[in-house]
Design a protein. Structure first.
Length: 163
């Protein structure tokens, strides 16, 4: 049974640790190791995570028993529109339905906060796009984001209607 609960500021270290376990597997065929390292350092250091939380990102950790197995974060980006910033589960837990449960949890939380839609960015070469499509998301546009040091995120923006 998966337990999903809000992450405290002290548990952001768990989010960081999980990201460092998950990202190399998730992005090994998409990003260079240099870009992967750069993005992990940029997005998942404690100061960055705390800043994200302070700016309104709601972080949740997924637990299987006493072991953290994944995390998600989302926030409202405009009236009624929420953005799923992060959703990851450990590679060894994929196929167990944890990602689906975590995404369903997030959509429930967004609906409770009167969201009309949930959006996310996914790398255009990430096979997770098919998971999101299976969950009802559709591509609404493409976006190239300059993240510094000559690196870009080449993404699809996907959306799920929640009304």
């Amino acid at each position: 049974m998966l337990e999903i609960r809000i992450a405290t500021v002290n548990e952001l270290a768990i989010v960081e640790e999980l990201a460092y376990q998950i990202w190399p597997d998730a992005y090994k065929d998409i990003l260079s190791s240099a870009q992967l390292d750069y993005m992990l350092r940029l997005l998942y250091n404690q100061e960055a995570l705390q800043q994200q939380q302070t700016s309104g990102h709601q972080f949740y950790l997924a637990w299987s028993g006493r072991e953290p197995v994944g995390f998600a974060s989302f926030s409202e980006v405009s009236t009624g529109i929420f953005k799923l910033h992060k959703i990851y589960v450990l590679p060894q837990t994929q196929g167990k339905g944890y990602g689906k449960q975590l995404l369903q949890f997030v959509t429930t939380q967004c609906r409770q906060q009167h969201a009309s839609a949930l959006q996310l960015n996914v790398n255009r070469h990430n096979k997770a796009k098919f998971f999101y499509e299976k969950m009802g998301f559709t591509v609404i546009k493409e976006e190239d984001i300059n993240i510094g040091s000559g690196y870009f995120m080449n993404d699809y923006i996907m959306e799920l209607g929640l009304e």
